[in-house]
Design a binder for this molecule. Structure first.
Ligand SMILES: [Zn+2]
Length: 476
């Protein structure tokens, strides 16, 4: 397994005067390490996840070299307090512990989380850097090691005195506990929240980082911590089920019974492709995406995030936008000698579902109005809608035909096994294949059983093996 590292530098912060009132939503961002040194910041439902640990207990060591001896003990106390802040937060599943002193320096391959002060070859020695968090992670964003480097050129205080983040000169006073709390936030997966957000000046993971205010977590920091706990819980007790998978909605419920009042996160899969991450609180209802609108059977899977484990009732197969004659075309366009006919297709579905569109193959030079209708097999009208489209001619020697579809204002529910008829009136031209349906055409759940026709604008009652190319689109 290959590893990469990324850097999070607490550097010059621009303080922004904000007049906005903080909203009830949160601005926190999660850490998404990249191989290009600097991290990205993403939302909790980021499709590819964010940096996280696969175990709860995280031991941190402390190297006081490069601090004057008088500061060794106060700095250790400040670091221990910062570790305890994240551990003791009610939203936390993480246990950050002080493991003792070390002489190790920045070394991402020693499998030891280390907090240290600079050194002449430090990544964080120029004045634009106050402290930096460096992480090692694998391709699944699982953290393997975190090292935190504080700039030894600064005046690391524990007496409450601190300059702002905009101070960058050597000797700038910085609150050791506040900045350690900020850097340890990165170590549990939090990024920086946006600088233009109303929460920014107040959050430990924002502009408060260079003050004693950063010692205490803001509600936004706590929201980020809860996101890390909810999306990547340690030893979860997941329970839930996929209750509906249709072309309209994918819904059910799921939760981590170890934290029954938190929201869980579920993954939505289309076959082997992850297409979404959604909160479940404890239920979820996701509009079915266009990705399923293919006219082919597809598999909807819902899994608990990061586990590969399906909810009960998952996966389920659905088909959306399927029609009867996607691969057929009429043998010719016939002249009706001015006679109006109503022609149609008798069909059934092997599954309950909905007719969402109706359409017909319109012949070139057909004129007048055409109305598509959906009926029960005994002639009760279920839907009716006029359709208008133009058939282009690419071959002057032949009458062409093309599909004209309309979307029903309200999808019509149909019952598995029952027969229905879909019809259209033709006025002067008719696209057709004589005996084209034969003994039936099955595509997906739909079967075309027979053609039907009648003279005039009436429910067609005369059966035929002909295909008059009147069709439906069906959703599970
Ligand atoms: Zn930072």
């Amino acid at each position: 397994m290959s590893f990469a590292k990324t850097f999070l530098r607490l550097g010059v912060c621009v303080l922004i005067i904000l007049t906005l009132v903080p909203s009830s939503s949160h601005a926190y961002k999660m850490l998404y390490p990249t191989s290009s040194s600097w991290a990205n910041y993403v939302a909790c439902d980021n499709l590819n996840g964010f940096a996280h640990w696969d175990h709860a207990n995280l031991a941190f060591y402390y190297n006081p070299a490069n601090l004057v001896a008088a500061k060794h003990a106060p700095a250790q106390a400040a670091l221990e307090a910062a570790l305890a802040t994240w551990t003791n937060a009610a939203e936390s599943d993480h246990q950050l512990s002080y493991a003792g002193r070390t002489t190790r320096l920045l070394d991402l391959l020693d499998n030891q989380n280390t907090m240290l002060w600079g050194g002449t070859s430090s990544l964080c020695r120029n004045n634009a850097c106050h402290a930096i968090t460096v992480v090692r992670y694998d391709s699944a964003q699982v953290l393997k090691e975190v090292d935190i480097v504080f700039n030894e050129l600064m005046d690391w205080r524990t007496d409450g005195l601190s300059d702002t983040c905009s101070n960058t000169a050597a000797g700038t006073r910085l609150d050791t506990q506040g900045i350690a709390t900020h850097e340890l936030g990165h170590s549990v997966g939090l990024g920086h929240l946006p600088m233009n957000d109303p929460y920014y000046p107040h959050a430990t993971m924002g502009g408060a980082s260079c003050s004693t205010a950063a010692r205490t977590l803001h509600s936004d920091d706590r929201a980020g911590l809860r996101c890390a706990t909810d999306r990547y819980p340690f030893n979860p007790l997941y329970e839930g089920s996929l209750q509906e998978a249709s072309c309209r909605t994918i819904s059910g419920w799921g939760r981590n019974a170890r934290y029954p009042n938190n929201q869980a996160y579920i993954e939505l899969w289309n076959g082997s492709s992850l297409i979404g991450v959604h909160p479940s609180n404890p239920s979820f209802s996701i509009p079915t995406s266009w990705a399923f609108e293919s006219g082919q059977w597809q598999t909807v899977g819902v899994k608990y995030t990061g586990t590969g484990t399906d909810l009960g009732g998952s996966p389920q197969d659905i088909i959306c936008g399927v029609s009867m004659f996607p691969t057929q075309s009429p043998e010719a366009v016939f002249d009706t000698a001015g006679q109006v006919y109503t022609v149609g297709t008798q069909f059934s579905s092997s599954h309950n579902g909905y007719i969402t569109e109706i359409g017909f193959r319109k012949g070139e030079q057909e004129s007048g109005s055409n109305t598509l209708r959906l009926w029960t097999d005994s002639g009760a009208e279920l839907a009716s809608k006029p359709v208008s489209c133009t058939v282009l001619n690419y071959d002057p020697g032949v009458l062409e035909s093309w599909w004209c579809w309309v979307t029903l204002d309200t999808p019509v529910a149909i019952t598995a096994g029952a027969r229905y008829r879909v019809t259209v009136n033709t006025n002067v031209k008719q696209a057709k294949t004589g005996c084209g349906i034969g003994s039936g055409i099955t595509h997906g759940p739909l079967t075309a059983h027979a053609g039907f026709w009648s003279a005039g604008n009436t429910f067609p009652t005369t059966g035929s093996c002909s295909n008059f190319f009147v069709d439906v689109k069906f959703d599970i």
